[in-house]
Ligand binder design. Structure first.
Ligand SMILES: C[C@@](CO)(OP(=O)(O)O)[C@H](O)COP(=O)(O)OP(=O)(O)OC[C@H]1O[C@@H](n2ccc(N)nc2=O)[C@H](O)[C@@H]1O
Ligand SMILES: Nc1ncnc2c1ncn2[C@@H]1O[C@H](COP(=O)(O)OP(=O)(O)O)[C@@H](O)[C@H]1O
Length: 282
């Protein structure tokens, strides 16, 4: 098979994350700011006419059927009634289980790109509605702009982000999102913590991630990475962890800090993006 087309799937950071409530189905209501970064997976797609959806190179530990790219392609096939199929090839560069949204981004890229290649003709809104069935993080990657997200991530409004570079560290733990929300809910029940009040009243306060203390208690190494970065500014955890990041105004400053902290932790420097690289392609 040679006619593969390559599409980018960038990572995201949650520049701020507040848990503001809980839905009846147990999902938590968030108020969070998303920015994309120029660290990206590559999703390659080759059309096939027999209707099959095939992942050429499954990720170790993730069965092909469970991979979010395969699930995205199947969902689009079902929703559009397309008789076409696809071969998918993945190049992962976004660390997994790090709160960087790699799996969700891969899924969003498949929905957006295959919608074009299969000629399904779904609009952005319809693709976002399919995306949220795969994960709360998928819609923002289809929305395609740095955004404030509310609800579980489906209510999105563009925000303008300043030019910035991020030092991102990946502590050596994979954090399961469901466990973090479960522990957070337990803390609320026992009165150890409460839900954040709406952010409009708190604009002058420092940015925070309400899941950070839960993760640091369960995985002290995340706290260690935060402490290392805290020598240079005010770092934060992204999503439900485990990655932590520090915002810098220049690339050279970010590189210098990364050099100092990367002896202990894996990580990278990435530039913030106002728009998803596929934004104009939906
Ligand atoms: C926390 C965030 C912030 O961007 O990012 P990550 O750390 O995962 O990247 C997301 O809301 C995560 O979105 P996503 O990773 O797609 O989560 P999902 O697969 O939908 O949910 C996994 C599980 O986490 C819990 N969950 C998730 C999202 C949410 N708003 N409330 C929840 O309680 C639910 O138990 C759910 O079954
Ligand atoms: N294409 C994919 N890329 C990464 N992870 C995937 C993919 N498909 C399914 N997964 C599963 O989703 C989990 C969370 O992945 P990821 O999106 O990278 O992290 P996070 O939700 O912390 O941002 C992985 O541990 C893996 O089991």
């Amino acid at each position: 098979m040679s006619n593969y087309l390559a599409f980018p799937a960038p990572a995201k950071l949650n520049l701020e994350l507040r848990v503001v409530g809980r839905r009846e189905d147990g999902y938590h209501l968030l108020d969070t700011d998303f920015v994309f970064i120029d660290r990206a997976d590559t999703v390659e797609l080759a059309l096939r006419d027999d209707g099959a959806v095939v992942l050429d190179n499954p990720i170790a530990g993730v069965p092909a059927e469970a991979d979010l790219t395969v699930r995205a392609a199947r969902l689009l096939k079902e929703a559009s009634g397309s008789a076409l199929g696809v071969n998918i090839r993945l190049t992962k560069r976004i660390p997994m289980g790090g709160g960087l949204g790699g799996g969700s981004s891969d899924a969003a890229t498949v929905l957006v790109a295959l919608n074009r290649l299969w000629g399904c003709g779904l609009d952005r809104e319809a693709l976002m509605q399919l995306g949220v069935q795969l994960g709360a993080d998928v819609p923002v990657f289809i929305f395609g702009r740095a955004a404030r997200a509310q609800g579980i991530g489906e209510r999105l409004n563009e925000i303008k982000v300043p030019e910035a570079w991020y030092v991102v560290l990946k502590p050596p733990v994979n954090v399961p999102t469901a466990d973090i929300f479960k522990n957070f809910a337990q803390r609320v029940l026992t009165g150890k913590t409460g839900f954040s009040i709406i952010r409009v009243l708190q604009t002058t306060q420092q940015k925070q991630n309400d899941l950070q203390s839960v993760v640091c208690e369960m995985y002290p190494v995340v706290n260690e990475a935060l402490n290392d970065l805290a020598q240079y500014g005010s770092p934060l955890m992204t999503g439900s962890g485990s990655c932590v990041f520090l915002e810098c105004r220049s690339q050279s400053q970010a590189n210098k800090i990364f050099e100092a902290v990367s002896r202990k932790f894996d990580g990278f420097v990435a530039k913030g993006l106002q728009a998803h690289p596929l934004f104009d392609k939906v």
